[in-house]
Design a protein. Structure first.
Length: 649
């Protein structure tokens, strides 16, 4: 199952979740209706609403009572859902902070935090996404972690203190790989909605608890207590079934995420060892936060130390998860000695880490220059979207290690990260660059100008394939800017892209990547939702994008366009025509991409397939074209990993 099918599957899961939720709400409405009917009859309140016979029997149907119960119940549940989802609208950071998470600074020098950030950075580069912000739950000693957010642009990874302190690098890589599979498979948005649903149902029980505490006097004083008690029971039953839905949604996905992590790292023993440590550790994966049960389905391990029933557990048994990935496990959990683990970690932290003894990594673009006509190569490019392999992970490790120290340092400092992005966009012409730097000083200050000028020589020497990873590394630090600093950065970036009087497509798309990942962080930007399930209304936008790519090939733009157009299977071929260069400028491309981000996954798949064939129409896909394709894929929220292969000696 590829990335696009996973996205469709995630949306179908949402539909099933809505169905389960609707059934639960229907039963809650009926139960509350019966409670109101019974208590009103029993206490003799508003008896004129009932058709009561002399025998004091009760009519079980009253439209007014039912309508009132339905409206009141729906208002409470949907109001609670809307409140919680709005509270979490800021993305994964809001949820991490609500659970007691502390943001780890991207420039931290703490050894444990640095090890964690390095693993996350490598996973992000290998996956082709921006480096997520990383949080640690300092008050949680259990071994656990979760990923949360609405999309790859606002995703965060959160680990407990126990995870950061007790897991080795290989074990940590297995856990983080598990969480990245949730990010890439579209699970996070479903998880956020499930939290909102559980909170809405919980509101019924909360109202019942409030009424139970009420105190009154006189004839009717027992009514609110009795009514509140029944509401508490109904709400608790509703929460019980909500937890069942939560567990059912979560359990199967945990097996899939474990399998994806092993496929990612090609090291089942790392993940197996992490799961074994949970089983042998006194705190296991338990969570102390009062908010943890509502978010239990997000976590790597079961956060509830004593689930009432096994069917309410949000995770499969540890034994089943370990056996699924490690057939050699003897069934025994090792004793976890925290002092011994920390002493061993301190010892290894002082040793230099050797990497890539098994061959030099090279860019796939080099191979594609000879073989891009091969259907297998083009199929590989498309099938790589939303996936990553051990090969990509090795490439990411090598790339991160090979970057000059000043560039790595700049990518981890919020303001220096702005200078790094500016340096990537400076002109290679000395006179033009001097003018750009002078204007940059006016807009961003002398410190940023000097830093940009200092970084430029090293940035200009870096190969094209490293540009997107550098941006993705910097995005983590850029998310830590203040709102005022970001506004200045965004405006300056827009000026710099336009400063030389011509806008290259890669520069424009790079700017789009920055905006897509950061705008929602600092402003209430509307998150793209699927609006188009048919390609017909998007044909003009597809024509603009394919034309822009085709025109970048000066040899034969018409032939390049014709190579990709058939893959869109347009219902109206007359509209899907090569556009004149003047009709596919950056403004038109911007409008087109904004609409195309709202397309269904299958449409995006066909579009990217067409793009691959356009840029490979002449028999080669060079580095810059490969990175341009990755950049376009990123703006469509379809992360594409680096194009790499090994060249074994």
């Amino acid at each position: 199952m590829d990335f696009f099918q996973q996205q469709d599957k995630a949306r179908k899961k949402t539909k099933w979740l809505v169905l389960y939720f609707s059934i639960a709400v229907t039963f809650i409405i009926i139960a509350i209706y019966l409670v109101v009917l019974f208590t009103s009859f029993y206490f003799g309140i508003q008896r004129h609403h009932f058709y009561v016979e002399n025998s004091q029997s009760i009519s079980w149907w009253d439209a007014k009572i039912f309508l009132g119960a339905a409206i009141g119940t729906l208002a409470v549940i949907f109001g609670g859902c809307a409140y919680k989802i709005h509270e979490l609208a800021e993305g994964g950071s809001a949820l991490a902070e609500s659970l007691g998470g502390r943001l780890i600074a991207s420039n931290t020098t703490d050894l444990d935090e640095r090890k964690l950030l390095n693993v996350v950075e490598e996973m992000a580069i290998a996956s082709g996404i921006a480096v997520p912000q990383v949080y640690v739950m300092d008050n949680e000693n259990g071994i656990n972690a979760f990923a949360a957010g609405h999309s790859t642009s606002d995703a965060v990874v959160t680990v407990t203190h126990g995870t950061m302190k007790l897991l080795s690098r290989d074990e940590l890589q297995g856990v983080i790989g598990h969480e990245f599979s949730h990010i890439l498979n579209g699970d996070m948005r479903l998880n956020i909605r499930l939290i909102g649903i559980l909170f809405g149902i919980l509101c019924i029980a909360t109202i019942g608890r409030i009424l139970l505490r009420a105190r009154g006097s006189g004839k009717g004083s027992a009514y609110p207590i009795f009514f509140g008690g029944l509401l508490l029971i109904i709400g608790s039953i509703g929460v019980f079934f909500g937890r069942l839905i939560q567990a059912a949604v979560s359990r199967q996905r945990e097996f899939l995420a474990d399998a994806s992590s092993v496929q990612f790292t090609r090291n089942p023993l790392g993940l197996s060892s992490a799961l074994q440590k949970i089983g042998g550790y006194g705190y296991s994966s338990w969570l102390m936060s009062e908010q943890a049960p509502d978010a239990g389905h997000l976590f790597f391990g079961n956060g509830n130390p004593r689930p009432l029933f096994n069917m309410m557990s949000t995770h499969p048994p540890l034994e089943d998860r370990i056996h699924a990935i490690d057939q050699t496990w003897n069934g025994k959990f090792p004793r976890v000695d925290t002092k011994e683990i920390q002493a061993e970690a301190a010892k290894h932290a002082k040793e230099p880490r050797a990497i890539f003894a098994d061959g030099k990594m090279i860019i796939l673009g080099g191979m594609m220059a000879q073989q891009s006509q091969s259907p297998a190569v083009k199929k590989y490019v498309l099938s790589s979207v939303g996936t990553a392999t051990p090969l990509h992970l090795k490439y990411a490790e090598q790339l991160r290690e090979s970057l000059p120290d000043n560039i790595k340092a700049a990518a981890r400092e919020p303001l220096d990260a702005t200078a790094l992005v500016y340096a990537m966009l400076l002109s290679c012409d000395d006179n033009q660059r001097t003018q750009q730097l002078a204007e940059l000083e006016k807009r961003a200050g002398i410190t940023i100008r000097e830093k940009t000028d200092t970084l430029f020589p090293d940035v200009s020497k870096i190969a094209a394939h490293a540009h997107l990873p550098m941006v993705n590394l910097a995005l983590g630090a850029l998310k830590q800017l203040t709102c005022e600093q970001y506004d200045n950065f965004s405006q300056t970036l827009d000026w710099l892209v336009n400063s030389d009087g011509k806008i290259e497509l890669f520069e424009f798309v790079l700017q789009k990547i920055v905006q897509r990942n950061l705008d929602s962080q600092f402003h209430s930007a509307r998150k793209p939702v699927v609006q188009y399930y048919s390609i017909k209304p998007l044909v003009p936008d597809c024509a603009v994008l394919l034309s822009a790519l085709a025109c970048s090939d000066t040899k034969d733009s018409q032939a390049a366009f014709d190579a990709g157009a058939p893959y869109l299977r347009s219902p109206d071929d007359s509209e899907l025509q090569l556009q004149p260069l003047g009709q596919c400028g950056v403004d038109k491309i911007d409008e087109a991409l904004n609409r195309l981000t709202q397309a269904a996954p299958q449409i995006k798949k066909n579009l990217l397939d067409a793009c691959v064939h356009v840029i490979g129409a002449d028999g080669s896909i060079v580095e810059m074209q490969a990175e341009l394709l990755r950049a376009i894929s990123d703006t469509l929220d379809c992360p594409m990993p680096p194009f790499v292969e090994t060249n074994q000696p």
